[in-house]
Ligand binder design. Structure first.
Ligand SMILES: [Zn+2]
Length: 195
């Protein structure tokens, strides 16, 4: 006796699933659930010779192509948008990293850029620069705080210098000892005083 294969079909009347023999495909039989005459058609693409599965595959491939094509297009659009939005800040003309014009003006101080000075007799390094008292009053216990950075711009530590008094409109040439050996740049982050 020939090996029979059971397929699953769905009844169009009651919507329930039933099994039937593969040989009976295309014939009409009474639904085992509701008894209505039902054409026996496989629910799942089990028969490789049936045109249904290959059609389904083609549709799936098309759907995937649309999906990925759409995704690619979206990514491309995003990249483009990113490139566009990245432009303006550069175009506006941000100057290369430099000390803001007068960050301590409100406090009545003017700070210079800081340079590193290496001693000749020893290996001591000092961060040097100037701080000007732009106010018309004497300043007391003025302390400058510097942030030390390595080549990669990472913060290594701080250096400070101190001056007990600073006359009105006078300039103080500070020298802050730099302990961190890898220091490449130093910048003033704070100027404090006793009020
Ligand atoms: Zn039925």
């Amino acid at each position: 006796m020939m090996q029979t294969k059971n397929l699953q079909g769905e009844c169009p009347h009651c919507g329930r699933v039933f099994e039937f023999q593969a040989e009976a495909t295309g014939t009409t039989a009474g639904c085992p659930h509701c008894g209505q005459p039902t054409e026996l058609m496989p629910l799942l693409p089990a028969d490789p010779e049936s045109p249904m599965p290959s059609k389904a595959v083609v549709f799936t491939v098309i759907a995937l192509l649309i999906l990925f094509g759409g995704l690619g297009g979206t990514l491309w659009a995003l990249k483009r948008a990113k490139r566009i939005t990245q432009h303006p800040p550069v175009a506006i003309g941000a100057s290369p990293p430099s000390q803001p014009a007068d960050p301590f003006a409100a406090a009545g101080f003017r700070a210079s850029l800081v340079t590193l000075e290496k001693g000749q007799a020893n290996s001591l390094v000092h961060a040097v620069g100037t701080i000007t008292n732009t106010a018309n009053r004497q300043r007391f216990a003025v302390r400058v705080e510097l942030e030390l950075q390595d080549e990669a711009g990472r913060k290594l530590g701080t250096a400070t210098d101190y001056r007990p008094t600073l006359e009105p409109k006078s300039t103080w040439q500070f020298r802050a000892l730099v302990v961190e050996k890898k220091t490449v740049t130093a910048r003033i982050v704070a100027i404090k005083e006793d009020q």
